[in-house]
Design a protein around this ligand. Structure first.
Ligand code: FES
Length: 269
C-alpha cells in the first residue's frame, strides 16, 4: 500500500488574530508592567549616586563599589580628572553586568520579545510581521554574549555574598566598636543572594558548560551531579528570574529608605 502526502498549508493570521479563547494577553501585559516598573526604578536609583549604603549594608545595584565615597569603596573616590559635566554614580560602573545578563537571558528574551514587540504576542496568536528573522543577524545575534556575561555575573554574585558577611558586623557610631549582629537588612541582602543564586545557577548556558564536561557520565559522577543540580534549578528558571528581580530591587529600596531615615532597621541579634 502506498501513502501519499500533501503539504498542509497553515492559515496566515492577521496581527492579534487567534483561535484561543483564554485571556492570553494577561501574561504579556504583566511582563510589560513589571519590567517597565523595574527599569524605571533601577535607572533612577542607579543615577542617584546617593543613599546606597546604610551602616554595614550596601545596595546590590552599587556592589562592588569600585570607585566611590562610601566606606565600601574598593579603589577610593572617583578620580579628580572625572569630567564635571558627566554625572558620576558608582552604580554605572557595575550595573551594566547584571543588566546585560538579564537582557540576554533566554527566559527574558522570550518574555520581552512577546511583551514589548509582539513577536509573537503569544503562542498561536498572529504577529505583526510575516518573515521570521530569528537571532542570526545584527543586532539580535549579540544575544550570544550571554554565556560570557554569565561568568562576570557569577563574580558579582560572589561579591554580593561577601556583602552579606560584611552586613553582619555593626559599628557603634559613638564608640566605634565593631560587633556581630543580624539586622532586618542582613536578612534582606541574604535572601537576595539566595534567590540570585537560584537564578544564576539555573542558567541555560551554565547547563551547557557543565554538561559539556560530562560527555561520559560514568567517568564524571561529580560533574553529573552538578549537571543534575543546574538542570533542577533550570526547571523553575522563570520563577527564580522574577523572584530575584524583585529582591534585588527591594534590597536597594530597603537600604535607600533606611539611609534616608524613612524606614528603621531593626536589629534581630
Ligand atoms: Fe536565563 Fe542564563 S538563560 S540566566
Amino acid at each position: 500500500m502506498s501513502a501519499t502526502t500533501a503539504p498542509v498549508r497553515l492559515p496566515v493570521r492577521r496581527f492579534g488574530e487567534t483561535a484561543r479563547s483564554d485571556r492570553w494577553w494577561i501574561q504579556p501585559l504583566v511582563v510589560v508592567l513589571a519590567l517597565t516598573t523595574f527599569l524605571v526604578y533601577s535607572g533612577w536609583a542607579a543615577l542617584q549616586g546617593d543613599h546606597y549604603t546604610f551602616g554595614p549594608y550596601l545596595s546590590p545595584f552599587y556592589s562592588p563599589e569600585l570607585l566611590g565615597t562610601s566606606p565600601h569603596n574598593w579603589f577610593g573616590p572617583p578620580p579628580a580628572s572625572w569630567p564635571s559635566w558627566l554625572p558620576f554614580s558608582p552604580a554605572l560602573l557595575i550595573l551594566p553586568i547584571p543588566a546585560l545578563f538579564r537582557l540576554t537571558c533566554y527566559y527574558y528574551r522570550g518574555a520581552y520579545y512577546k511583551a514589548f514587540w509582539a513577536d509573537p504576542p503569544s503562542c498561536a496568536v498572529g504577529e505583526p510581521r510575516s518573515r521570521y528573522r530569528g537571532e542570526n543577524s545584527f543586532p539580535l545575534v549579540l544575544q550570544n554574549i550571554h554565556r560570557y556575561v554569565l561568568f562576570l555575573s557569577l563574580a558579582v554574585l560572589a561579591v554580593l555574598f561577601l556583602d552579606v558577611w560584611h552586613a553582619l558586623w555593626f559599628t557603634d557610631p559613638v564608640t566605634g566598636a565593631v560587633s556581630f549582629g543580624v539586622g532586618v537588612g542582613t536578612i534582606v541582602l541574604a535572601a537576595n543572594c539566595v534567590l540570585l543564586s537560584g537564578y544564576l545557577l539555573g542558567c541555560h548556558s551554565l547547563r551547557h558548560v557543565v554538561g559539556g564536561c560530562v560527555d561520559q557520565v560514568s567517568r564524571a559522577p561529580l560533574g553529573h551531579r552538578a549537571y543534575a543540580c543546574v538542570s533542577c534549578l533550570n526547571r523553575r528558571h522563570m520563577l527564580w528570574a522574577w523572584c530575584s528581580l524583585f529582591t534585588v530591587g527591594f534590597s536597594d529600596l530597603y537600604v535607600r529608605m533606611c539611609s534616608m531615615g524613612v524606614w528603621q532597621d531593626f536589629r534581630i541579634l
